[in-house]
Design a protein around this ligand. Structure first.
Ligand code: SF4
Length: 289
């Protein structure tokens, strides 16, 4: 007998308020000025970027390419040099930096004012981390335990984290550094939507036969959710779209949990859920009894 899968979707899966607000601002600006430019994609999601391109929200590589329309600075923050350059070029700036990212910038500046050696727990080369680092003259990025172990003994240091870091990674790094640093001040700047997303996965993943994480492989945040999910349920898969779902993942499965990265739009999540609804699995004879 074929039975539909039991589907549980994490309550806050998908766009965080920072990304949602940035997209809203981009749309409003484009409709007011006829166009808006962005230095890089607003979210790491191809579908959203393509949709926005049709609404005159254009991605450029440099401020030199911008003419007669504002530039929108994205949710994950922008280095001060670009703010200055845009002002010099008389380009109108629409600030879509997430307030929680502004807070990280404030915190690292405060730690600098306290004359501490500075560290950022985050991904090397990620735009958000680059913008945090640029708020102070010098800050070292630590992405994992191995790098934390390389840090020498220090008298005084201050640490912030990238907003989307995995809590466990941050905790492990802090516990290593706290053994090496006499006066350590850590400001936990993992944002609450990230924490909430990770917590909800921890609740759903162990209790589901299969876990589906909706998002793009280019999104660090989605990759991290997959990591959390895999640590609790080896049958966890990332899909960029509904068509990526492979029926073979569901042999003997009765339940599936769904979550999504902060860059996955609601309509994409709904399509994935719909596709899962259409999957029918053969309930095992044992369960039929
Ligand atoms: S992930 Fe967190 S900090 Fe980043 S934009 Fe979303 S809410 Fe803001």
């Amino acid at each position: 007998m074929a039975e539909p899968l039991k589907i549980r979707v994490a309550k806050d899966a998908g766009f965080c308020f920072g990304v949602r607000d940035a997209i809203e601002k981009a749309r409003k600006t484009a409709s007011k000025y006829g166009k808006v430019y962005m230095l890089g994609d607003i979210v790491h999601n191809e579908r959203v970027v393509k949709q926005l391109a049709q609404e005159n929200i254009e991605v450029v590589d440099s401020l030199d390419e911008i003419q007669d329309a504002p530039v929108l600075f994205r949710a994950h923050g922008t280095i001060p040099a670009l703010w200055e350059q845009a002002a010099q070029k008389d380009i109108k700036i629409v600030d879509a930096t997430c307030p929680l990212v502004h807070e990280i910038h404030d915190e690292i500046r405060k730690l600098h004012a306290e004359d501490r050696k500075l560290f950022i727990i985050g991904d090397h080369g990620h735009d958000e981390v680059i913008a945090i680092q640029a708020q102070v003259p010098s800050a070292t990025v630590i992405s994992n335990i191995a790098e934390a172990q390389q840090v020498p003994r220090l008298k005084k240091a201050g640490i912030v984290s990238q907003s989307t870091q995995m809590i466990e990674n941050v905790q492990s790094i802090i516990s290593i550094l706290s053994m090496k640093i006499f006066d350590l001040r850590f400001v936990n700047t993992v944002c609450f939507p990230t924490r909430r997303n990770q917590e909800q996965i921890k609740f759903i993943a162990p209790d589901s036969d299969v876990m589906i994480i909706v998002g793009s492989n280019t999104s660090a945040n989605t990759r991290r959710l997959l990591e959390v999910s895999l640590s609790l349920n080896p049958r966890s898969y990332m899909v960029e779209k509904a068509e990526d779902i492979d029926q073979s993942w569901f042999s003997d499965a009765e339940s599936v949990g769904v979550s999504a990265g902060a860059s996955s739009p609601d309509d994409l999540i709904a399509e994935v859920v719909e596709q899962l609804r259409n999957l029918h699995v053969e309930a095992s004879a044992q369960n039929e009894e």
